[in-house]
Design a binder for this molecule. Structure first.
Ligand code: FMN
Length: 199
C-alpha cells in the first residue's frame, strides 16, 4: 500500500487517488509497484526496474533503495526518470516524467526505524546488484548482520529514499473496443495544462 501524507488536491493527484481507490477495491495486487526507467550515460542505454512506492507526500513520490546501486549512479549522472504503473484490475496505465532527488536524511531515518529488522538487515548487508559467487554468501551476510541488529542500529548512509515530483502525467484507461482514453496533465508556468490524446 502507498501512504498518502498531506495529499495534494491538484488535478492529476485527485485523478490518481480516485484510480488508486478503484484499483484497491478491485483487489489489485502489488499496487505500490512502479517501474522506473533511467539513463545509463556511460553505456548510452536506458534501464528499467520495479521499485515499491512507499509514500506520496503531498506531491513527492517516494521509494527507497541502495545509494550505490546502478540506478543510483544513473540518477546521479542523469537526474530525469520515466515512471510507469499498470493496474490490471482496472486496465489502467499511468505514465510520469520527472526529475529525481534523494530525500532528506531525516525522512530516510524515520522510514528506516519504522521497518522490520529483517528488511534493514538486508539493506545493510547487501551490496545491491554486485556479482556474487553463490547465494550462500548473501544468506551468510544477511544472518551475520541480523545477529548484530538492535533497535539502535543506524541507517547506513548508502541506503535511503528517492523522491520525484512529476511534471508530466498520462492516465490511460483501456476499453474493450480499443477506444482507450488518454488524459495528459503537463506542468507549464506553474499550472497543469490538460489535453486528451488519440488512442
Ligand atoms: C515488485 C518489485 C518491487 C521492488 N522494490 C524495490 C525497492 O523498493 N527498492 C529497491 O531497491 N529494489 C526493489 N526491487 C528490486 C529492483 O527491481 C532491482 O532489482 C534492484 O533495485 C536493483 O536495481 P539496479 O541494479 O537497477 O539498481 C523491486 C523489485 C520488484 C519486482
Amino acid at each position: 500500500m502507498i501512504k498518502f501524507l498531506n495529499p495534494s488536491i491538484e488535478k492529476p493527484y485527485i485523478h490518481f487517488q480516485s484510480l488508486y481507490q478503484e484499483a484497491k477495491e478491485n483487489g489489485q495486487k502489488g499496487i505500490e509497484a512502479i517501474c522506473v526507467s533511467s539513463y545509463n550515460q556511460a553505456k548510452k542505454e536506458v534501464e528499467a526496474r520495479y521499485v515499491n512506492l512507499k509514500y506520496i507526500a503531498h506531491n513527492e513520490w517516494i521509494f527507497f533503495s541502495n545509494y550505490l546501486s546502478p540506478k543510483a549512479n544513473q540518477f546521479e549522472s542523469h537526474d530525469k526518470v520515466s515512471v510507469v504503473i499498470y493496474w490490471a484490475s482496472i486496465n489502467t496505465q499511468i505514465r510520469m516524467k520527472s526529475k529525481i532527488f534523494k530525500t532528506s536524511h531525516e525522512f530516510s531515518d524515520e522510514h528506516f526505524h519504522g521497518r522490520a529488522k529483517e528488511k534493514n538487515a538486508l539493506a545493510i548487508s547487501s551490496r545491491q546488484s554486485m556479482t556474487i559467487n553463490s547465494f550462500d554468501e548473501v544468506e551468510k551476510n544477511f544472518h551475520d548482520t541480523l545477529k548484530t541488529m538492535t533497535p539502535e542500529t543506524m541507517r547506513p548512509d548508502f541506503w535511503g529514499g528517492y523522491s520525484f515530483t512529476p511534471y508530466y502525467f498520462e492516465f490511460w484507461k483501456g476499453h474493450e473496443n480499443r477506444l482507450n482514453k488518454r488524459h495528459v496533465y503537463e506542468r507549464q508556468d506553474n499550472e497543469w495544462v490538460e489535453r486528451l490524446l488519440q488512442p
